[in-house]
Design a protein around this ligand. Sequence first.
Ligand code: G6P
Length: 560
Amino acid sequence: MSLNVENVKTNAFGDQKPGTSGLRKAVKVFQQPNYTENFVQSILSSLGDKLQGSTLIVGGDGRFYCKEAVDKIIKICAANKVSKLFVGQNGILSTPAVSALIRTHKATGAIILTASHNPGGPDKDFGIKFNVSNGGPAPDGVTNAIFELSKTLSSYSIVPNLKVDISKCGSQVFTVGDQKFEVEVIDSVEHYVSYMKEIFDFNALKALIKGDITGKPFSILINCLHGVTGPYAKQIFVKELGAPSDSVVNAVPLEDFGGHHPDPNLTYAADLVNAMKAGEYDFGAAFDGDGVRNMILGKKAFFVTPSDSLAVLAANLDCIPYSKQSGVKGFARSMPTGAAVDRVGKKLGKDVYEVPTGWKYFGNLMDAGKLSLCGEESFGTGSDHIREKDGVWAALAWLSVIASLKKSVEEILKDHWATYGRNYFTRYDYENCESDPCNKMMAELETLVTSEAFKGKELSSNGRKYVVKLCDNFQFTDLIDGSVATKQGIRVLFEDGSRIVYRLSGTGSSGATVRVYIESYEPKEYTGEPQVVLKPLISLALELARLQEFTGRDKPTVIT
Ligand code: G6P
């Protein structure tokens, strides 16, 4: 029996502009009549002649409203002449798993239901993100086109009577008008797990955990923060690598992430930090809601900053069979990320690229074969195995380095700093501030630091002197397609190599979040406490922006 397509009249919404990583709004916004439908139609329409006959992947992190959204997406795709959808069982797929699936199936793209590290639940956030055929987040050109379409949309197409059971794996074929439409529901973890087995030496990792490499069992604690990674981590760390079953905790994906922020940092993954403090575990990792971010800890909660994590992995990338085999190309980091990886690149004779915040800026460089590894201070690390950052991959990469060097996390870091010097780094976040004063603060700050009078200026703070070398609002020209991204963060760079960066977050769903990134380089002194070493620069950063005056906050919400 053939199913009918219905064209539904709708009014355009003016606020469907994707941010750093897709459209993120409160669930209630997505639940408004036609809101989700309009955005999905805009995504599909943006594909132009690639839409008819296309294959798309659909899945998400399991947060509240995922299943409803998957149902709408299936019905709208059917009406728009998509020929095949791969849908994660029960709508569940981690973002890295989606990226891998797009590449394997040579799909046109994917619609991913996630607001990543933002909290979930009926009163919290939802998100829809579109990834393109290389497996990576849609670049600005695509998200701008989606936004433009969304502003004038007057109808969408849907097959209201299409019923697909996404709880069972298998293929279901329908006739819509005179077209075939196939939905294949796939196991959420199988494809990703087998890919990880190709990339890493699971036997070596198994031996590490069992104790065959260091002479005693290597004990790990993986905290999935009730995000999507639970089933992936259970399968990999427990079933494949033989870690005890209680090594993976908070492994059941919950629609509201247990009421917490599924964000792996020192504040929101305090659980992991506290559990690691006693010294029972050698290695700890936490992942965010959709499995892209990671936090790595060593014994007694020894914290590895994401910027250092990137540098250590860069220096040791050939411990990973996939990278050794494909050859180490260049490295990249986002602009606010600490420059530790630059020193590794210099020593190894590899190019290091600096791009704006957002994983989408790495994609072209990877596709052009210029890049093997990249990372961001926002707890993102990944390689060219896919086009997303990948939390579970990062943990496996770290375990591979440990198995190969036969050293603890702390020893690895200390050796690294002894070789390269240390880039001290901290980030202060002021979450959920009022937008207007924050925009004003950024505008005034830009005027101040880019003025003629500021050039070469000597600033002092807590007895230290800093001479201004260069200030700007970071602008980036893509080396491959020539596209330009402007206003990517205010940089204040000093003669001694230290710097302050200010940005407004692009991932919040309401209000403004101010991020201040502070970094200094010490060639020899590497045992200091970052908050102490960086204190003069921190005070200077807060004063320059008149942060307290504009935000009304006397301390940050999160310090990394
Ligand atoms: C997401 C993106 C990252 C980016 C981060 C920035 O996680 O996937 O690539 O670094 O957002 O978030 P922010 O809140 O600082 O804009």
